[in-house]
Design a protein around this ligand. Sequence first.
Ligand code: PBG
Length: 327
Amino acid sequence: MVVFPQLRLRRLRRTETIRKLIQETRVEVRDLVYPLFVEEGRGIKQGIPSMPGIFRFSPDQLSAEVEEIARLKIPGVILFGIPKHKDEVASMAYHPEGIVQQAIQTIKKAVPELLVVTDVCLCEYTSHGHCGVVLNGDVDNDQTLPLLAKTAISHVEAGADMVAPSDMMDGRVKIIRETLDKASYHDIPILAYSAKYASAFYGPFREAAESAPQFGDRRSYQMDPPNVREALREVEEDINEGADMVMVKPALPYLDVISRVRATFNHPLAAYNVSGEYSMVKAAAQQGWLDEKRTVIEILMAIKRAGADIIITYHAKDFARWSESNV
Ligand code: PBG
């Protein structure tokens, strides 16, 4: 056995070149997906106060943005819509001229090769802000399912490459898969937000997307933060229903969940580095309390090291710019 003083682990940390050579984890721009908020209207590029650097775009402002994203070599975007009209049954979520449907068409025209993933959920479109149909004060699982399927298929008809249900209803992956297959969209993959926790870290997103629940909270459908074995059951359920890829969300406070899912399943795994995680870094960096670039790289590295293949992150454009100038 080689022990100190022969054993010296510092030998391999001596220079940047050696450190790079033995680097176990790499984050690359091609691992990243960038969230985009799209809003009905014209001429809108409105900043989100709690998420510096992130904007809400009307469709006519999207082309320039997605051209920039593609130029930075970010492979894909995930879309969130902010409709003008909200109602009890989220009509604008599955309307052929809904905001996301319009945005998909604009993006596909501007940059056909950019991967367009859509968030399939009703919360931005319901008057009460819940992710499904509300009956007797609670979100009704089975009545919500057909609306989610209608939403998914309308996104695909508009040109989406992949759908990502984030509602946490049981059975949503199954009904979406069946509906897509019936319409001959066998080749459209489903990225399931499988282990999505009821998290305080979604705060800035809900302000951005105007999707905070008007009463109660999401704890009867999103997961309880203390649980990890239950996350494995959620992932298993979605895989059995036909999910092509699975997701853990948020990312940083749930690295152990990412790691457990990675060790248990072989499906491609995404992690969502959510709005609150982004806002914390931005706020501290603006105060001069954290070095933004080093912090972001360390965070993304940690999410990959835990086992994520794909990271959905609001930092994607910044990271891509740093990579261009060689991190
Ligand atoms: C639901 C959805 C949410 C997020 C993504 N999809 C919000 C929620 O569940 O309340 C949060 C993303 C983030 O915080 O960045 N449509």
